[in-house]
Ligand binder design. Sequence first.
Ligand SMILES: [Ca+2]
Length: 340
Amino acid sequence: MERCRIFYKFSINIIVFLCLLVASDGQDSSQMAPEGGFLKREYSLTKPYSSNGMTMPFWDFRDRTMLTNNFIRLTSNHQAEVGSVWNKIPLYLRDWEMQVQFKVHGGGRTLGADGFAIWYTKERMTPGPVFGSRDEFHGLGVFFDTYKNGPQAVTFPQITAMVGNGSVKYDHMTDGKSNAIGSCLASFRNKDYDTLVSIKYVKETLQIRLDIDGLGEWRECFSMPGVKLPTGYFIGMSAATGDLADNHDLINVKFFHMDAGRSAEEEAEDWSTVLPGVSYLKPPIDNRDDVGSGDFRNSSVSGFKLFLLVVCILLGVGVCVVVGVVVFQKRQAQNRKRFY
Ligand SMILES: [Ca+2]
């Protein structure tokens, strides 16, 4: 009887432990420091954003941008607004990853506009027609486009990225498609859970991943090698509304310096004079469906979770059987005593 009780307690402890492991596993897989990544506070934007509600230590903001305790609102759900935040310090790191938690939400159940952009550009704090910021920029723009201007037969929102050399224009009529280096469809509006994007630039490969399905896992949007981005540019975010509108909120930005294992010679190279561009351009990119066809990099984690779940269930069933047998035997013994 005592042995049974010890076994019962042991099993319960194991079940609780495994269930906690299943529950916690993966929840923080996004927004944890990536392997080989070191958080850089001067390029990050986390709560509390401001001590006085008016200024931020490493960031400027302009136009309709509003600082609150829990989010930075680039535009509110009103027509024809623009807003932006820009980091103040030129970035002289060659390999980095930026994780941005955002929330795009508004009254229109299926329609909002125009979207927001994440920038790594030579120019900063210059409002304009490209999601609230200037056109013909030098550097990288990643666009979270919620309104379909072009005729293409795809659903929206979509994410596109473009590398500009100062003379290429963003093409609104194709929703940036004509100059995009990559894109994917991504349903990120009006979600109850956290929505995040990771922009990783390591060894001249630009990879964009999303966590917008509430699974706590990164899903690849696209990856493009041969992307040349000089050092010394600025990080920024901007947003715009049109006839339709949305609240475009930033929750946080976590910026990591990535250890790419570069040689001393590579480290000594001056990348501030490199011209922004892409050395290898793929043929026009087809949209990838955001439902079901995602490249779930953590599928092995999902398999492990399933295994733990099965172990949990089997252990649970085992404990129930043991307890049932013990209770049954005890009752039998009591019945026998009554007869004697
Ligand atoms: Ca658009």
